[in-house]
Design a protein around this ligand. Sequence first.
Ligand code: GTP
Ligand code: SPV
Ligand code: MN
Length: 614
Amino acid sequence: MADVESVLDAAGLQNPHVRHYVRHWAELTGADRVEVVSAADDARLIRESLDAGEIQRAGVGAYYSRSYYKDTARSEERTVVATGNRADEGVYNNWRPAREMKPLLEKRMRGASAGKTMYVIPYLMAPPGSPLERSAAGVELTDSRTVVLHMNRMTRVGMEYVDNLADPNSFVRAVHVTGDLENLGQGTENDQRYFVTVADERTILHFGSSYGGNALLGKIAHGLRQAAYDGWTSGKFLAEQFMLLGITDKATGKRYHICGGFPSASGKTNLAMTLAPDALGERYHVSFYGDDITWLWVSPEDGRLHGMNPEFGAFGVAQDTNEQTNPTALEAVGPGTQALFTNVAYNTKTHEVWWEGRTEKPPEDLDGWLDWMGNPVADRNPEDAHEAWAHPNSRFTTTLANVPNIADDFEDPNGVPVDAIIFGGRTRDREPLIRAMTDVTEGVYDGLTLGAEATFAAEGVEGELRYDPMSMRPFMSYPEGAYAAHWLKIMGDTEDKPIFAHVNWFQKDPDDGHFLWPGFRENLRALLWLMRLKEGEVTGVQTPVGIIPTREELHLDGVDIQPEDLETLLSIDAKRWRQEMKHREKHLTKFKDLPDEIWQAHRRVAAAMDAQVG
Ligand code: GTP
Ligand code: SPV
Ligand code: MN
């Protein structure tokens, strides 16, 4: 083992706590070498990765890589939140005692980086100068160079972020060891992987993957699980799986900010990067702030709820990204952006990439095309011809600044004031296009009962939801009752409170399955109605689950929609809702110490629905 001290000296890394941490894990993992990296090293690391065959060129200034075929997504079963206090156990956080998990992870990681370089990545999950900076500093140790390339795009990387900390010991310790991917028994009874956040020690230990949030530890492990726990214990902030966007009304000069949570793969990236529909582009401009994580706190300056995207890049779903659905995302991964593609299809001769929904049909000339597993598409047996070329969770990684409609103030350390918080899942019936709640308790209640469709009952009537509170189910780090109470406290402290809304772009015709709402860029129309409602310019119609727009209030010029579809999108099926209220009751009962206000909101809605049915 080379002399760690001399590497750290040469890098100029001073913080004694960071030095101790690096030394400890270098010894434990048995890495051959240690290297401290910063954003400025990216071009060199790209060259080294190309030379080593870890990445390939995808046109000019963009790159492609494949992860191991059994390592292509998060694994919720293998993800654990550990602390020293059993009271931290919730329904979704998969809590385990820290004293059990730490030795287990140390055992798996011991010697597991032999022969490899351990990269030291000092990072900051916030714009510098943010009031939440204390919670934002971290140092990831990883034995994968590809992970370094991703971290360089997803977070701010550099020694300056950990060498001048007010409390030099206040950085998150984030250790990533890839492991022997071919021998980890992924998905079997003998699964060796573990993704653990030791939340009360601010230590993240991830073993057995090199993909996405499993390996880029700034993102969901720190940015969501750890940060949510820190936000709760400090009483100061929320960390949520939310997108964040701005809408500027060019006629009045007003800018609104909306954040909100949709479960994974339900449209956050698409909404956040959206452009105004052509018919409205003259009047409104949409700006992009973030597509996956928002930290929220009450600003001492104006008393309002402020939101900030702690990330520096986007790790977006590739599937169905095209010129119509998300033109800004395509530009953000174009030539010269230094974007990385993972697990899409790749052409070894032309260096093009492709994924399902990129174009209507796959490229006709199969010459040179590899599918996401690296197998030539031209060699497929006829019975496999219909198999997808790209993995459904294949993604692109690019910095926020590459997104053409990035907000001019996206790095403002004070974040932006939030006017509205929206929730939305994939729901094929029952949920209208939009319903607004002006009461914050009802808004928090709505977030807690958010769900996405998982399975359909055999008869096809009863859509069973997989509940996903605030879209945080996979990232929940402390008990749901305390989570609800913390939300109510932060909202209670807020002046000029945000309006809440539930949106649904995914209602379907039960007979032919077509989407009732055109979606994508047209979604802005629902948000514009919400802003007008907040401004008192429209009144909508009150229902037991909030205010829904009238047809006239929704500006629908230029939208291609059937009148009967619109009718369904703007109505409440009280009978169907009564079934849902029963499911919700069961869901909420699982949460210990759920605040009374939430139960009261639930009972109010249930009683009002009963009254409607009569
Ligand atoms: P994570 O990064 O996993 O947290 O996901 P996300 O919420 O950012 O999801 P994303 O925006 O990548 O969307 C996932 C899928 O939803 C894509 O296949 C989109 O094409 C589809 N989608 C997004 N918006 C709409 C919409 O308005 N209507 C319809 N029908 N589909 C949509
Ligand atoms: C998600 O799954 O919600 C993501 C991707 O945003 S990952 O970072 O891999 O969790
Ligand atoms: Mn996500």
